[in-house]
Design a binder for this molecule. Sequence first.
Ligand SMILES: Cc1ncc(COP(=O)(O)O)c(C=O)c1O
Length: 402
Amino acid sequence: MNTSLLHEIAERVGTPCYVYDADRIRANYHALASAFPGAGKPVIHFAVKANGNLSVLRLLRELGAGFDVVSGGEMHRALRAGARPESIVFAGVGKTDAELVDALAHGIGWINVESAQELRVLSDLAVAHGRVQRVALRLNPGVDPHTHDYMSTGKSGTKFGVEPATALDLIARRRAFPGVAIEGVHFHIGSMVFEPEPYLAALDVALDVITRARAMGAEVDSLDMGGGFGIPYTADQVAAPVAAMAAALLPRIRAAQIDLHLEPGRFLVADAGVLLTRVLYTKQSGGTDYVIVDAAMNDLIRPALYGATHQPAPLDPPTTTERRAVELVGPVCESGDFLAHSASLPPLTRGQLLTIANAGAYGMSMASNYNTRPRGAEVMVEGGAWRVIRPRETLDHLMAGE
Ligand SMILES: Cc1ncc(COP(=O)(O)O)c(C=O)c1O
């Protein structure tokens, strides 16, 4: 991202703030859409949880994306960004009755059902509202995606989805659920997946369910493969090879004559964003060099939550080759408040600006007000200009309603 623009943004908007590059989001979208080309009719539903800012959603909607939502709140973000209701898929293990009624009332395209009880509740609610809701059953395919435990969602025993046998039982008894039309299966095996194999293994399970469902006369013709395509957070990682993944997956999907849906989040937006932060203080403690910046775990929780790496870098090129291993920490009163452990950085001084990479996904969307810290502004850079797409919160925002 252009350094002088970032300086200007830091001066005018203040720090910490999230800065997103619209062109990078477009390029990421086109890369994924061209990896999974038209013939198999893949439909990209952006996972709103990764970045729910309305300007980001509008940009993706204009590119042709639909949306994957996991709460009534995210559904309303997508709708407010102008999404067609039919382009929205709604997943989640714990949808409330109110959220289901809301989704029915808005004509949401797909509800990805995650338990037998949810199917019963949804069907009854749909009948009461005079609707037949299209659903996909979310499968737990029992696949290990080789990722962090907290990002692994398709292994046997996780809380997500239903076992294939349960899905088949529900499909066999589909006439007992007159408010729903079971037309698809769904899985999301986890995040930060870099290999085709776990998707292929999950696809095997899904195709088996679809084949058996069809043998029962059910018209199941849609597969939602979730998201999870990994991106490089560290220098030794490379982005998930989506073209190779598509080449491995698509022939089987086409042969089965099913429509493919995807739910990528971070692949589309992570590297399009940086968290811009300023050095508050430097100090030594017990032989450790600390750099204390004005961004903290409440602004970017991924390092504390997953031990994730988000590369920090000084905004201006260093004037020396000297590097020090420093603890990059924020002002929050927790020892777990760090942005980077042992970050190799040039000597830094008070007031210097740093960028924290890959903050376009799960940065602001996971931010909190812990320690009564107003969440930072969000800024979009586009065509050499920038604009604030969400101002910094104020203390009045934080205390409203108390
Ligand atoms: C159901 C579902 N779909 C899609 C995603 C997006 O994952 P990613 O951002 O890794 O692509 C998630 C992430 O948690 C999810 O739970």
